[in-house]
Design a protein around this ligand. Structure first.
Ligand code: FAD
Length: 124
């Protein structure tokens, strides 16, 4: 069983198992920064592959799941403001979101951008 349970199972469906090696851009890490780059580069029509050593997306919010882990910024400040669509379709449940909600949000963002290769995808 993956360490983050259902979230990892959902991510497993997103794993791109093709063997293509020809990309316009390669992104290391599927944290907040990597997902931003993925979204923007795919918006430009580029062929992109993200390598993430974890079995799920979220970076900090995937790895840190201790009790009480949460934002110290107001949740809305963490929303991707470059996309009106993303802003409008996500309602933060808490003013200072906890790790589970933040991870769900980042999985939602990743769901909108394919080609996230996770699990054993550690870039040298
Ligand atoms: C409890 C907590 C609360 C926080 N609260 C806030 C807040 O309120 N506001 C705020 O702005 N920031 C906050 N932060 C900081 C937070 O870390 C950043 O906001 C942000 O999540 C960092 O994203 P990142 O994508 O830059 O890096 P990371 O989240 O660290 O992601 C990097 C990813 O790259 C992967 N990776 C690294 N090397 C490789 C490799 N060679 N091959 C494959 N994959 C690789 C890692 O596995 C990781 O998943 C908080 C952090 C913690 C721990």
């Amino acid at each position: 069983m993956p360490r983050n349970g259902a979230a990892s199972l959902a991510v497993a469906h997103k794993v791109n198992t093709d063997t293509a090696t020809d990309f316009d851009a390669v992104i290391i890490g599927a944290g907040v920064s990597g997902l931003y780059q993925l979204y923007k580069l795919r918006e430009l029509g580029m062929r992109v592959r993200v390598f993430e050593t974890g079995t799920g997306v979220g970076g900090t919010w995937y790895w840190n799941r201790y009790p009480g882990a949460r934002f110290d910024s107001e949740s809305w400040t963490y929303g991707y403001s470059f996309s009106q669509e993303l802003l409008e379709e996500w309602d933060w449940e808490e003013h200072f979101a906890g790790q589970p909600e933040t991870e769900r949000y980042l999985n939602h963002v990743a769901d909108k951008s394919t080609c996230v290769a996770t699990s054993s995808s550690r870039a040298a």
